[in-house]
Write a protein that binds this ligand. Structure first.
Ligand code: NDP
Ligand code: GDR
Length: 371
């Protein structure tokens, strides 16, 4: 019998890669998607199956983490062997603007699913994965950060996720549910949301190279993140649910890099050298060389500038994870390093932006929204 997985947040970056991964393993995959006024299934359209044909193995259900009755009904109908709770208001900066909604979806949403498992009598059948985060570490207590490092959340997002983390531990201990937290450090990909810093950078660098845009505005260039590839990280989620007993795991590369270095690497991908000058809000990045005729940029042009509107009320300055437990117990090892990640994202965004350029040159409007 094929195993059945239910994925919340199936339309997001991780939901799309995890669906692909589980379908390849022979799972029947159910995903919960929100109703929206525009199509929101771009990332999973290649997995979509016509509802009128037989032998389908990928199903979508309308739902929302803020609606208990809907979650209970979907879990009852699908009787999943594994639930991956990936749905969340996942943008740290936006959580300062929508703190109550973030607490409801990211914090109480996790409780709603665990309670559904309990109320439906599925505590022995259904395994649960919670998308916990390195943002829990927040203000640096120790480096590198491991499963034993104390938490100090620094945003409404991280505080909500802290509730999700502990309620997962509590339901494991109280009711014997196989429930795990994956404490994942930042992971990116060509389908990363456009307003997270890596994708904002790769999109903008591709556009600047193709003369579709002059400048990229960023916030804190000194923040350090432990960046991996989402394709590697969804494999760790799956492995966590295949163990003898449920435990929590850090998933990270163990290497940390400044935002400004990510910018430099993205420009390097198109043969453009840049150097940063100034400090804080005065910091600017200038083209120092351009070795690629296709993306020729004028030497001395200022292509990056700090805009304080992207600063956060409280910032997480340094994240670096210790993946030893995941390596030892799960046998997990990432295939991508940072250069491979940057190159993968750049290649994809250059292709996308060439399409935009073609449309613009033909007199058509293209999306021109940057945040
Ligand atoms: P995305 O933002 O790409 O995807 C989030 C998903 O959640 C989307 O499918 C979104 O739907 C859905 N969603 C948002 N709010 C609700 C809601 N109220 N009810 C139902 N669905 C909702 O995130 P990622 O794929 O990057 O991350 C997956 C999970 O992992 C998130 O929980 C995130 O917080 C966490 N995480 C991510 C890390 C990362 O670096 N990517 C690191 C650590 C943790 P829609 O498409 O309609 O917006
Ligand atoms: P993060 O990711 O907050 O770590 O959360 P994000 O890419 O948004 O920020 C990373 C760092 O870059 C700095 N930064 C900017 N960030 C954005 N978005 N836009 C900018 O213009 C900009 N300039 C500098 C930020 O200040 C920050 O320090 C991500 C999300 O996926 C969470 O859901 C997840 O839990 C964590 O990663 C681990």
């Amino acid at each position: 019998m094929a195993k059945v997985a239910l994925i919340t947040g199936v339309t997001g970056q991780d939901g799309a890669y995890l669906s692909e991964f589980l379908l390849k393993k022979g799972y029947i995959v159910h995903g919960i998607k929100r109703r929206s006024s525009l199509f929101n299934t771009d990332r999973i359209d290649h997995l979509y199956q016509d509802p009128h044909v037989d032998n389908k193995n990928f199903f979508l259900h309308y739902g929302d983490l803020t609606d208990s009755t809907n979650l209970i009904r979907i879990i009852q109908e699908t009787q999943p062997d594994e639930i991956y709770n990936l749905a969340a208001m996942s943008h740290v900066a936006v959580s300062f603007d929508t703190p109550e909604y973030t607490a409801n979806a990211d914090g109480i949403g996790t409780l709603r699913i665990l309670e559904a498992i309990r109320l439906l009598g599925l505590t022995k059948k259904t395994k649960f994965y919670q998308a916990s985060t390195s943002e829990l570490y927040g203000l640096v207590q120790e480096v590198p950060q491991s499963e034993k490092t104390p938490f100090y959340p620094r945003s409404p997002y991280a505080v909500a996720k802290m509730y999700g983390y502990w309620i997962t531990v509590n339901y494991r201990e109280a009711y014997g549910i196989y429930a795990c937290n994956g404490i994942l450090f930042n992971h990116e990909s060509p389908i990363r949301g456009e307003t997270f810093v890596t994708r904002k950078i790769t999109r903008a660098v591709a556009r600047i190279g193709l003369s579709l845009q002059d400048k990229l505005y960023l916030g804190n260039l000194s923040a350090k993140r432990d960046w991996g590839h989402a394709k590697d990280y969804v494999e760790a989620m799956y492995l966590m649910l295949q163990q003898e007993s449920a435990e929590d795991f850090v998933v990270a590369t163990g290497i940390t890099t400044e935002v400004r270095e990510f910018v430099r690497m993205a420009f390097e991908n198109i043969g453009v050298g840049i150097e940063f000058k100034g400090e804080g809000v005065d910091e600017k990045g200038y083209v120092v060389s351009c070795a690629n005729a296709e993306f020729s940029l004028e030497k001395g042009a200022c292509v990056v500038e700090v805009d304080p509107r992207y600063f956060r009320p409280t910032e997480v300055e340094l994240l670096i994870g210790d993946p030893k437990k995941a390596q030892d117990k799960l046998g997990w090892k990432p295939k991508y390093d940072l250069k491979m990640l940057v190159d993968d994202m750049m290649d994809s965004d250059i292709k996308l932006m060439k399409k935009d350029k073609y449309l613009q040159d033909g007199g058509y409007n293209t999306l021109n929204y940057f945040e």
